[in-house]
Design a protein around this ligand. Structure first.
Ligand SMILES: [Zn+2]
Length: 320
């Protein structure tokens, strides 16, 4: 197994450090941290697709105007998953599975670029996306991005708003699902709250377990920050991205509950699992560097490593 960390749909929102906690100027940086996993027997498996080629070329009406104005995506075809894979010597036909954390426009934009892949997702997310209830449902779910939905492979989960569930467990998380046609080192971990069927994706790679926590949190300090000296959790979030996070949440209580679960895992000194989210640029740099065998992810994140310069972020990848 070889894991590539790819930034497929970088955003440059106004607000600088109010959005990412580190950028000194007026413009902040948010990533769209996706994974391309080369397996021995199952082709290439993607975790999320980020923005797609169609979004880059003809953004509207594929993308919601309001969110695009706020997040300011870099509409460059070279930053799409399809093109990033091409630079790695991989083709669309090599992609046999896509595992989705959820179907928001900034995660599902590239689905149509991989028409032969089976799409794994939770049943509540598939149902919510098809129904597009309310203004938020119509904003976040964009059917023009999906291609053929017959290939969706939804997994029933019972982890509702109260966090109760059954089924398999993984490091204390309930209702975890193995994925059909894939080995047990890839798991869907329900974390509803940001969206109705939001999930994390657990991967046991060459360097151990990692949890792609999707949008269960947006900034590293929500999950990784500790009180100085005491070592107790001291979560915080830059106010700009915190407001966006609240605005896009399907259920605030479930979001907070599941974020707390992710925080517990991330801060457990005995946990062997590396935890990262989609949009934090510091985590992306740390994970990409760690995957290339440079440094430790925890140390890089704790040190507040600066996001990559523009040239580096265009490359936007790291592999293990
Ligand atoms: Zn997102």
């Amino acid at each position: 197994m070889r894991i590539h960390h790819l930034d497929c749909g970088p955003f440059r929102p106004l607000g600088g450090r109010l959005m990412d906690g580190v950028s000194p100027g007026a413009v902040g940086r948010l990533t769209c941290h996706c994974l391309a996993i080369e397996t021995d027997r199952h082709g290439v498996v993607l975790v999320d697709t980020g923005l797609g080629l169609g979004d880059m070329r003809h953004p509207f009406p594929r993308l919601p105007w309001w969110n695009a104005a706020l997040l300011r995506p870099l509409l460059d075809p070279e930053r799409s998953m399809l093109r990033r894979l091409k630079h790695l010597g991989l083709a669309a036909a090599d992609v046999r599975h896509v595992v989705m954390t959820h179907l928001d426009f900034d995660h599902a934009g590239g689905l149509a670029d991989f028409p032969e892949a089976r799409v794994h997702l939770t049943a509540p997310e598939a149902e919510a996306a098809r129904a597009r209830r309310g203004l938020l449902g119509r904003i976040r779910y964009r059917p023009a991005q999906w291609g053929d939905t017959e290939r969706w492979h939804p997994y029933e989960t019972r982890l509702g708003r109260r966090g109760r569930g059954s089924g398999e467990t993984w490091f204390g998380f309930r209702d975890v699902r193995a994925l059909e046609g894939l080995p047990p080192d890839l798991l869907l971990v329900p974390l509803p709250g940001h969206s109705a069927g939001h999930a994390g994706v657990a991967i046991q790679g060459p360097r151990g377990w990692m949890l792609h926590a999707g949008d269960s949190y947006f900034n590293r300090d929500e999950v990784h920050r500790r009180r100085r000296g005491g070592g107790a959790p001291a979560p915080s979030c830059p106010p700009g991205i915190a407001a966006y996070e609240r605005l896009m949440a399907w259920d605030q209580r479930a979001r907070r509950t599941n974020q707390a679960r992710v925080r517990t895992l991330a801060q457990d000194p005995l946990s062997p699992v590396l935890v990262f989210c989609t949009h934090d640029p510091v985590e992306f740099v740390a994970m990409a560097a760690w995957s290339e065998g440079r440094g430790a992810p925890g140390a890089a994140a704790a040190a507040g490593a600066a996001p990559q310069p523009e040239g580096g972020s265009r490359r936007g990848s790291g592999s293990s």
